[in-house]
Ligand binder design. Structure first.
Ligand code: ATP
Ligand code: MG
Length: 592
């Protein structure tokens, strides 16, 4: 075996392997360079999702004739001025992206600075640098990449279909665009424009709002709450979703740390913590959070692609995020009924015609229906089933309640209530469940958790890894009244449990807790688990669907909801009530 230093080009190809996984990662490096160059407009043009051709054009500061050859030298960077890795202000700092890209593709750099008369162009093919030549371009830079990975056939094979690669590129650019609303972003593929987000003006909140509207649309704003909180040098801004607006996974959770999109388990787990009793376990809220934290508190030099970071004090950051979101949700959560989606409105607008109307003019195919000039079918009252609505006449009151006055109970399941400007439908079971749950939580806060000693201590078999986990959390368990003892290498003994859990299956409970601890790695999940048991209990004592309620009982429930935090969704994140505005009702009848 001969020990030798690798040729430069091979070093660059290896470095490219770390950073450039697919066209989208090449685009990421080029666009980040454009951002660092102070561009206010960035245009990305692709062929075949970037597999064939990528060009990124910016109106940033540009490079001089002398700088161009340097830019493709390894470890040449104009950034990191202080030479301090803990004070990184720019997206790039490694001086590796361009030489890496140049080693695995055919790359052309064209650039012009403000003071230069003409632009200059430099080509590099599979690492071979060619001569500089004059070119024409406005102030800024265009970098083109043809035949990505032609020089590294193994990587070439890993590229997916054009559509898949284009999706990756689009997702990536949307994240960059969310991070930098003051920059205009444009994406084209095979000469077709996919988006053109104009640069947004104004302060951070206004610019974020505009950009997110461009990308995520109106529905996002109808179902999210603005968060803005500061603690010492930490600042959080962004939008957090109502618990009723959830997804099956965390793919709609976006985090930006100091202008950089990051994926990080501390952040994902903070979101779980903030929503833990507002949303079902298998659902994930939608969030877009912009965090500004001191440079020294975060290390971005963790992974070559810079999507991972390390926090100096993750628990401080976590508690800051959790409390900021919880506050925002409490402040607004009580009275933020999800507005009826357009889809639900359409259901109102298009009654099932055949059933509601025996059309006398119907043809053999039953298609033709006599319509009013408004385009709606005339309702037929003769075909009504037996009444399912219990009407009552509440005494009129001058007092205005947020959730209005109960008017009727529908299907023994929903409370129909009228406010000054809307009609509200409350799911009596979901609402009551929430109220009971919040009561339990208050009780817990006031009294603490009472211990109960098991008459016969319970032995539970676990794995060696779980023993290690339990050891680590013994104190936390004890604080929550779960007293465990380690007994041998794979056995533990449960001696005391919280009183409320005395009847629960302790072994199952413990296994669940261990699963969660492994997943989230913090003591909060234990508390979650116990609160969840409360939730289940609360659920059992709740008013059921199918139970007749008097008008007074209904009003009492409404008044209690108004006094209770998070009363607009049940413990599983389903809404407890929906609201139909009077003006929408008027719209349904074409009155406005
Ligand atoms: N679009 C651009 N406009 C102006 N200068 C650029 C542009 N792209 C690259 N450069 C110059 O080329 C240098 C090398 O870019 P490269 O991406 O390889 O390294 P970097 O951005 O410094 O660090 P990293 O490897 O972390 O991205 C940059 O430091 C910058 O000076
Ligand atoms: Mg760079």
């Amino acid at each position: 075996m001969t020990l030798r230093i690798l040729p430069q080009n091979l070093i660059n190809q290896i470095a490219a392997g770390e950073v450039v996984e697919r066209p989208a990662s090449a685009i990421k490096e080029l666009v980040e360079n454009a951002i660092d160059a102070g561009a206010t407009q960035i245009t990305v043009e692709l062929k075949d999702g970037g597999k064939e051709y990528i060009s990124v054009t910016d109106n940033g500061c540009g490079m001089t004739k002398d700088e161009l050859p340097l830019a493709i030298e390894r470890h040449a960077t104009s950034k990191l001025a202080e030479g301090d890795l803990m004070a990184i202000q720019t997206m790039g700092f490694r001086g590796e992206a361009l030489p890496s890209l140049g080693a695995v593709s055919r790359m052309t750099l064209t650039s012009k600075t403000e003071s230069a008369d003409i632009a200059w162009r430099l080509k590099i093919e599979g690492g071979d640098k060619q001569d500089l030549e004059p070119a024409s371009l406005n102030v800024g830079t265009r970098i083109e990449i043809q035949d990505l990975f032609f020089a590294t056939p193994a990587r070439l094979k890993f590229m997916k279909s054009n559509a898949t690669e284009l999706n990756h590129a689009r997702d990536l650019l949307e994240r960059l665009a969310m991070a930098r609303p003051h920059i205009g972003f444009r994406l084209k593929n095979n000469d077709k424009e996919l988006f053109d987000y104009a640069a947004c003006e104004g302060d951070a909140q206004i610019a974020y709002q505009m950009r997110l509207k461009q990308i995520l649309g109106k529905e996002f704003f109808d179902n999210t709450i603005w968060v803005d909180a500061e603690r010492e040098d930490y600042h959080i801004q962004g939008y957090v979703g109502l618990p009723t607006y959830s997804r099956s996974n965390a793919s709609k959770q976006f985090f930006f740390i100091n202008g950089r999109h990051v994926k990080d388990k501390v952040l994902f787990s903070a979101i779980k913590g903030a929503y833990h009793d507002l949303i079902a376990h298998d659902r994930a809220p939608v969030v877009v959070l912009y965090l500004t934290i001191p440079m020294r508190e975060v290390d971005v030099n963790v992974h070559p692609a810079k999507t991972e970071v390390r926090f100096i004090d993750p628990s401080l950051l976590r508690s800051f995020i959790v409390s900021s979101i919880k506050h925002a949700l409490v402040d607004r959560g009580q009275f933020t009924a999800p507005s009826l989606s357009d889809q639900a409105m359409d259901m109102f607008k298009m009654p099932e015609r055949q059933r509601s109307y025996q059309a006398p003019l119907s043809t053999g195919r039953g298609q033709q229906i006599e319509e009013t000039p408004l385009g709606f079918s005339q309702p037929s009252y003769s075909a009504q089933p037996a009444p399912v609505v219990t009407f009552t006449n509440p005494a009129p009151s001058s007092e205005e309640y947020k959730l209005g006055r109960a008017q009727a109970q529908l299907y023994k399941t929903f409370i129909l209530s009228e406010t000054k400007d809307s009609v509200i439908l409350v799911d009596q079971h979901a609402a009551h469940e929430r109220l009971e749950y919040e009561k339990f939580k208050n009780l817990l806060a006031a009294q603490g958790i009472r211990k109960q000693t098991l008459l016969i201590p319970q032995m539970v078999e676990v794995t060696a890894v779980e023993i290690a986990l339990i050891k680590q959390h013994l104190d936390a368990f004890a604080r929550l009244a779960l007293v465990l003892e380690i007994y041998g290498d794979t056995t533990i003994v449960i001696r005391e449990v919280p009183g409320v859990l005395a009847k629960a299956n302790t072994e199952e409970l413990l296994k669940d807790i261990l699963d969660q601890l492994r997943e989230e790695g913090n003591d909060l999940s234990l508390e979650n688990k116990i609160l969840e048991i409360f939730a289940t209990r609360a659920c059992h004592g709740s008013v059921r669907a199918g139970q007749t309620l008097s008008i007074d009982e209904m009003n009492a429930l409404l008044r209690e909801m108004e006094q209770t935090i998070h009363s607009s969704q049940c413990n599983h994140g389903r809404p407890t009530y929906v609201e139909l505005k009077k003006k929408d009702i008027e719209r349904l009848f074409s009155r406005s």
